[in-house]
Unconditional design. Sequence first.
Length: 274
Amino acid sequence: MAKEPTEPAGRQTELLRRAWNDSGRVYGYRKLHDDLLDHGETCCPNRVARLTRLAGIKAQIGYKRRPGSHGGKPSLAVDNTLDRQFDVAAPDQAWVTDITYIRTLEGFAYLAVVIDLYSRRVVGGAAKGSGDAEHRWKGCGGWSMQRRQTTDVVLQPLHMAVSRRKPRHRVLIHSDQGAQFTSTDWAAFLRARNLEHLMRRRGNGHDNAVAESFFSSLKRERIRRRSYKNREEARQDVFDYIEMFYNPMRKQVRNEMLSPVRFERQQVLNAEGV
């Protein structure tokens, strides 16, 4: 039986490797340093960077996207009163939503998410895999994946966000100017549920940076490292990333290095004076 490492460097390297594997091998030395502190270890980021380099521990990501250009005129349909103010003081004040595609050997699947700006939390709503069989998960936000880019793919996660969160006051919902977000069905849904729609400038991803950042993490840390045989396989992997890693475990710098779920729980405890 192999002996447990007794020297501090060996012990810390083992802890780093374990945290790295638990993250799906996507954590770099900064998040791994925070994990060491959680285990009661005393060390500086430079030491962690050296230990991970010696151990061959490195964030594994997919291929890089080519840089694009940003610009565009302001929306003429809906005002963007959020104006890139992405930090809010309480949950369910402002949500962002967006849609992206995932390539599979069976064809494209379209993924839509709703994210609460307060904690950056994405929560399972409804998803459809191959055969359009519907699946639902509990949560407080929403995401949906379907084979066609229709209004329904963005309405499903928003419906689940409303039904799970049950916001007491009007919520700002920010999107781009895609056809799904300018349809009559979308507008009617928002009016019926006391949601105020904001739109980003056409062609400018910075106006919806939180959703774009989530998609970037999802594709870099998971999707671009895999090849999906069909939409159902992609749906299951997206579910695993969101529900088993991103929401409960993935550290967020904006959340004081807490995951979205832990951040929300910590804020409740702070408010209760615990």
